[in-house]
Write a protein that binds this ligand. Structure first.
Ligand code: 13P
Length: 435
């Protein structure tokens, strides 16, 4: 022991040693606590579904081999006194906690996501369907109807915005981000640059937008986004999809997801197998399974934290032009069976896209899925068309119809909220929305 009064250097050394000792003990304590939690979570998850851990978790046993990051951190402190390791470790833990908490809020029971992130071309098509020209003001006015619908926050957890929309304001001068936050709705952002024709692969698409993504994520985070979306498109047809197209899209999705988590945004990973075509539900099942297998392999390879992301899959359906259309029950069972085969239980929630189903079909399918037993994840919605179709129809670009349009949106969101509990019934279509 040093006499601190007579030997200040020795005293400083022993204080440093004591601090290091406390840090090591603390980190071991934290390590043990983190070992227990995931083990418990995984134990219950395994009861219902196969789970594959990502390299960022996996604290089943506390050994240097299984925990290279933690072990390196301890070594750094012991050998080099590198206190920055402690800080970086803390920051990573805090970021992961934050991502997980946002992901969970987005799939809170009874709530789902509104996809209002139509690109310029798509929103033009939507507005054209009601004979409204796609001017910036008309796009803004239409989105304001959705975002300011009274009590929408009871059924809507998050809204996905487009680059233009995240910068726009309500008529009374609040940013859309603020207006949503006031409704306790989490703002999100589409960050891909669209699905483009894939070179050398006729009829197939690859989603672009990785260049400069890190910087765009930082800007969107600054503007208030807390989660993001990237959509990949897989088409079923003669001799397609190819393995090359599926894997290239999966790789892009994983790189996007990793960048989002690094930039503190929850990634919504959307590999959409289109329902367009004459294919059977069995073919849609097979392609969806192959696509999701490739996506989860890529996510694993890119060390994406499964707990800090959401999956936005298509439902497993008969092709739009297939003569044999599967029943609601068949769709629900096929979709959940497919998801259980490939989606790890560590993913907190699946937020389905509607993909061209009618609004009522999308609600019925979600409802039937939520009535099935042993679901390892929250099953929710992230609908674009299936939430907005009745709103556009009621609005028609006329200010006098705004109240009617908001009522239509509130009603559709309410029906889907009921479907989240498996409590939707057809007579709700004509009933007034009630909380
Ligand atoms: P739909 O529900 O209209 O398919 O839109 C969801 C979406 O966000 C597509 O990327």
């Amino acid at each position: 022991m040093h006499d601190r009064a007579t030997d200040p250097i020795g005293a400083a050394t022993s204080v440093t040693a004591a601090t290091i000792e406390i840090m090591i003990l603390l980190s071991i304590e934290v390590g043990i606590a983190q070992v227990r939690l995931p083990v418990e979570e995984k134990r219950s998850a395994r009861l219902s579904s196969h789970s594959r851990a990502s390299p960022r978790d996996g604290y089943d046993t506390f050994t240097p081999c299984a925990h290279p990051f933690r072990w390196q951190f301890l070594q750094a402190i012991c050998n080099k006194g590198d206190y920055n390791s402690l800080l970086n470790h803390q920051k990573t833990v805090m970021k992961d906690d934050n991502l997980q908490s946002i992901a969970k809020k987005l799939v809170a029971p009874g709530k789902g996501i509104l996809a209002a992130d139509e690109s310029s071309g798509t929103i033009e098509k939507r507005l054209k369907s009601i004979s409204v020209p796609s001017t910036e003001e008309n796009r803004r006015a239409y989105r304001e109807i959705l975002f300011t619908t009274k009590d929408a926050g009871e059924f809507i957890s998050g809204v996905i915005l487009f680059d233009e929309t995240i910068r726009q304001k309500t008529r009374d001068g609040r940013t859309f981000v603020k207006a949503l936050e006031e409704q306790r709705i989490i703002p999100g952002i589409k960050v891909d640059k669209g699905a483009k024709a894939m070179a050398n692969f006729p009829g197939e698409k690859i989603t672009e937008g990785l260049d400069g993504l890190r910087e765009r994520i930082a800007e969107y985070r600054q503007l208030g986004a807390r989660f993001a979306k990237w959509r990949a498109v897989i088409t079923i047809g003669d001799n397609i999809p190819t393995r090359t197209c599926i894997d290239a899209n999966a790789e892009a999705l994983a790189r996007y997801a990793a960048l989002c988590q690094g930039g503190d945004l929850v990634p919504i990973v959307e590999p959409e197998v289109l329902m367009d075509g004459t294919h059977t539900i069995e073919r849609h099942f097979q392609v969806t399974q192959e696509t999701l297998e490739s996506v989860f392999h890529a996510l694993y390879e890119h060390r994406v934290s499964l707990e800090g992301m959401l999956l936005k899959p298509n439902m497993v359906l008969s092709g739009k032009d297939c003569p044999q259309q599967a029943s609601v029950q068949e769709v629900a069972e096929a979709t959940v069976r497919c998801m259980k085969r490939v989606v790890p239980a560590a993913v907190p929630g699946l937020v389905f896209l509607s993909g061209g189903q009618t609004d009522q079909q999308a609600t019925e399918h979600l409802n039937a899925m939520n009535q099935l037993p042993d679901l390892p994840w929250q099953l929710s919605f992230s609908y674009g068309r299936a939430l907005q179709a009745p709103v556009l129809k009621a609005w028609k670009g006329n200010q006098a119809n705004v109240a009617k349009a908001q009522q239509a949106f509130h009603h559709r969101a309410w029906c889907n909220s009921k479907a989240r509990f498996g409590k939707y019934t057809e007579d709700m279509e004509t009933a007034k929305a009630a909380a």
